[in-house]
Design a protein around this ligand. Structure first.
Ligand code: FES
Length: 144
């Protein structure tokens, strides 16, 4: 069996929603200290809905495919729904990732959460901090 699914290869070769969103009102950037890869998510949020999303990922193919799939999964969705997106859901939508590449999909989940948090902070919106990963306790720090 091929190491990577057709979907992973497709999103890696033809990533959706790549680039910078000039009028973003929520931006989240995360890095994996182990591999050094960086992912940045831009959100344009209106009336609690993700109207548009773009990403820039400096990283491996799995991180690029995960970012691409994650943006597709949250585009046009209410914020509350986007916040429930897990790396597991991203991985499943990609028809799986090799075990040693699962941490790449964690970056996508965390970057989206950070971008939503940034939007809340910028707009003085109260939120439950326990919904968001603490800086010093990111899941990817435990995944080598
Ligand atoms: Fe670093 Fe994939 S190897 S995110």
């Amino acid at each position: 069996m091929a190491l990577y699914s057709e979907k992973v290869m497709d999103h890696f070769r033809h990533p959706r929603n790549v680039g910078v969103l000039e009028d973003a009102n929520g931006i989240g950037e995360v890095g994996n200290p182990v591999c050094g890869d960086i992912m940045k998510i831009y959100l344009k949020i209106e009336n609690d809905v993700i109207e548009d999303v773009k990403f820039e990922t400096f990283g491996c193919g799995s991180a690029i495919a995960s970012s691409s799939m994650a943006t597709e999964l949250i585009k046009g969705k209410p914020l509350a729904e986007a916040l429930t997106l897990t790396n597991k859901a991203v991985t499943e939508a990609l028809d799986g990732l090799p075990a040693h590449k699962l941490h790449c999909s964690v970056l996508a989940e965390e970057a989206i959460k950070k971008a939503v948090q940034n939007y809340y902070d910028n707009n003085g919106i109260e939120y439950d901090r326990s919904q968001f990963p603490a800086e010093e306790d990111c899941a990817h720090c435990h995944l080598k």
